[in-house]
Design a protein around this ligand. Structure first.
Ligand code: AMP
Length: 305
């Protein structure tokens, strides 16, 4: 089954305790699409400027990613984000955001994008997410990501979106920020009460907590010893998770748990190098091998029970 993602295709500048890069490819839709395309076809909807070259676009080449929705605005620059991390790689500090082409981005989806089975609304202004959702024809699963900025600056719009989607991918700190509740399980319940069936809480190196109306499932992150750059881990996780789910006929609990592990496995590759450098060099057999390793290393038998 197919997926449509609406998000950013960007240039990033990143500094971590282990290195620094002044300009590399990034963006929520970039990480998401490459990860999801290991399992399912993806329609990418985003916007770039003149500065995004053929060479840059080769990140999508040879993958099951339809680029009809990658709009180029002439005379403008691509979205740019610059951030840094200290030794606690779970906390990103934004140095600079240049909206550039994103400032005038009003996605208009074509028939193929509108009729996809799964819709992923990557982190964006919640009214823009709403507008995209209203263009779609009853996707089987609608998921969204958000960030701290929208929780403070567009709280009402975000609350409306929480009631419109099936699945919310969110950081632990954002659950606390939105609900003003210290206990994450209580906070998760409050958000689920707004309408979604599933909340996937990202906890950085500690893994992921999935909360549904009647179950909780926790998965550790793949136990890597060398984490280089966490940028894109969240979007890669979402791509692996939804890509795997879209490849299954049914989204029952066991498949949801497997999807969480596949998302974690894909994200573990992203953080091994800057940008999509590691994600680009792996194959599906590397993913499947690490999935088996993950189960063995963590005694994670519940995944297949
Ligand atoms: P994450 O998976 O959360 O680490 O997302 C990383 C990507 O999100 C980076 O490659 C950035 O280009 C992109 N990004 C950063 N800030 C924003 C924003 N305000 N809106 C959309 N995308 C962003």
């Amino acid at each position: 089954m197919s997926i449509t993602v609406v998000g950013t295709v960007a240039f990033d500048a990143i500094e971590t305790p282990f290195g620094k890069v002044d300009r590399c490819i990034g963006g929520s839709a970039t990480y998401f699409s490459v990860a999801a395309s290991f399992f399912s076809p993806v329609n990418l909807v985003s916007v770039i400027g003149d500065d995004f070259t053929e060479q840059d676009a080769s990140v999508f080449k040879g993958r099951n990613i339809n680029l009809d929705g990658l709009q180029r605005i002439h005379g403008e620059k691509s979205f740019f984000w610059s951030g840094e991390y200290g030794f606690d790689l779970n906390v990103a500090k934004t140095r600079e955001t240049q909206m550039n082409v994103l400032a005038q981005f009003q996605p208009r989806l074509n028939e193929q994008q509108r009729t996809a089975d799964v819709l992923f609304l990557a982190n964006a202004q919640p009214d823009l997410q709403f507008d995209v959702l209203k263009q779609c024809k009853r996707p089987r699963v609608v998921a969204l990501d958000t960030m701290n900025y929208w929780i403070t600056s567009a709280r009402e719009s975000l609350t409306r979106m929480f009631g419109e989607v099936d699945l919310i991918v969110i950081n632990e700190a954002e659950v606390r920020q939105y609900t003003e509740e210290a206990n994450v399980v209580k906070g998760a319940r409050q958000i689920l009460d707004l309408g979604a069936t599933t909340l996937v809480i990202k906890r950085g190196e500690y893994g992921v907590l999935m909360v549904t109306k009647d179950a909780i499932f926790a998965a550790p992150a793949y136990p890597l010893e060398n984490v280089f750059d966490p940028t894109g881990a969240g979007d890669t996780f979402a791509g692996g998770f939804l890509g795997y789910l879209a490849s299954r006929r049914e989204a029952h609990d066991k498949e949801l748990r497997r999807a969480i592990v596949f998302g974690s496995v894909l994200a573990s590759f992203t953080v091994e190098k800057f940008s999509l450098d590691r994600l680009r060099e792996i194959t599906l057999s590397d993913v499947l091998e690490r999935y088996q390793d993950f189960r063995a290393l963590t005694h994670f038998e519940d995944v297949d029970r």
